[in-house]
Design a binder for this molecule. Sequence first.
Ligand code: ADP
Ligand code: GLC
Length: 481
Amino acid sequence: MQILFASSECAPWAKAGGLGDVSASLPRALVSAGHDVRVLLPAYRSLRGGLSDALETVRLAAQGPWPEAVLARLAGTGFDLWLLDCPALYDRPGNPYGDDAGIDHADNAARFGFLSHVAARLCAEGGPWKPWVADVLHANDWPTGLAPAYLSRMPRATAASVFTIHNLAFQGNVDAALAASLDVPPEWMSVEGILHWSRLSMMKAGLRHADVITTVSPTYAKEIQTPAFGCGLEGMLQLRAPSLLGILNGIDSTEWNPVTDALIPVNYGPGQWAAKARNKTALREKATLHPGPGMLFGMVSRLTEQKGVDLVLETLDRVIELGGQLVVLGSGDPILEHRFMDAAARHPGQVGVRIGFDEGMAHLIEAGADCFLMPSRFEPCGLNQMYSLVYGTPPVVNATGGLLDTVSDSDLVEDGTGFVMATPTTAALRDAIERAAAAFGTPARWRGLQERGMRQRFAWLESAKRYADVYADASRTRRPP
Ligand code: ADP
Ligand code: GLC
């Protein structure tokens, strides 16, 4: 099948979180399964250097409210990368969404509306490098939520649309007065349409107009149909339930594999515990933590309420009492960033905190920590708990979304792979950490736990096959314009 995969992130070029990983590894897996995939991504500043290596470029004329731009075709790693070059919108410092200080760009509606428009237009008009006509437009999260909507009213379009929810909490709800500038017709601006809390919702546009909706784990697919997890969109999701399903993300074993990982000091496989221990030593040195026999807990996370990192701060004293240490890598909410830096100052040599985005250190924490903490209040899929499992770093997780679908509690089931909290509370996290520390104190049990995790595969190829079925389904059920 020919698939146009539209996303605001694609690792390693543009990544703010798991969407970046998935937007590279899923297209690659689809290509391995025999599909023809083009990934459409804005030419952010971090990517503009690559424009000079473009294989081909084509000018896209201005259309309606949309500006002129250039589309450049690059050979990605494993797929064709189509870069949308419009310097006025994308040539800025910072990450895909905001400036260096973490403030969202004021014109994100226009930036991602345009990306969505171009995605739909390329499907309707055919790729500029012919012959290439998409069978499916696969849009991801709110930044490309308008793409299925635009496509639905392009009479020449034959492509079906699939929309994947990676995180329902980010909805791209913008001032309803922007509708005309986003080429959104008045008839869409109702609660049955794409209006949400009196704002134009890009997320809701995807949910309302895509032929098929997927999300990134089976449990999250159920959770988002309830008020507790639906972020106000549960009604729309219940309505679309017959066309909604969860497909678990995979992990890219060329990037995240302790046997071959080029970003860690010592490679290791199951049973090679001395080699894993050398990564622990390297991690402690990097985080200026004291040596010793104690247990090292690790965390790599956006520092937000979603991730339950406040629960970790509240449980820290217990970690220290147990003789444990904590290393944290993350960035996000400034208040949480300060609380973690304070914790490091209060516990020198026991708590190490690095605020920022650091790919190398993320890999080192997965390899060097003994146990990974991920007490998220909600987690559509989560990648870090899967990385932890295959790195022999058993995770503590809350029982939600993809965490529940990938980790089982070793105190409850014989072949458990981690520690699962029943609720996202300090008491439940403390209990799980105490249980993990007890297991760590029994080396034979801990080794078994590590090995079971390291044998997990989370292969993308399986999930890619399920996406291919979804594409076929979407093509069959494609709704008329
Ligand atoms: P989410 O997408 O909700 O942030 P995921 O677990 O799906 O959560 O994916 C997070 C991805 O971002 C992982 O690849 C993780 O290693 C990476 N990541 C998160 N924070 C950082 C950071 N501060 N530095 C480096 N990588 C990070
Ligand atoms: C989102 C979710 C995360 C998921 C990722 C990739 O950022 O928060 O759970 O793993 O997208 O799908």
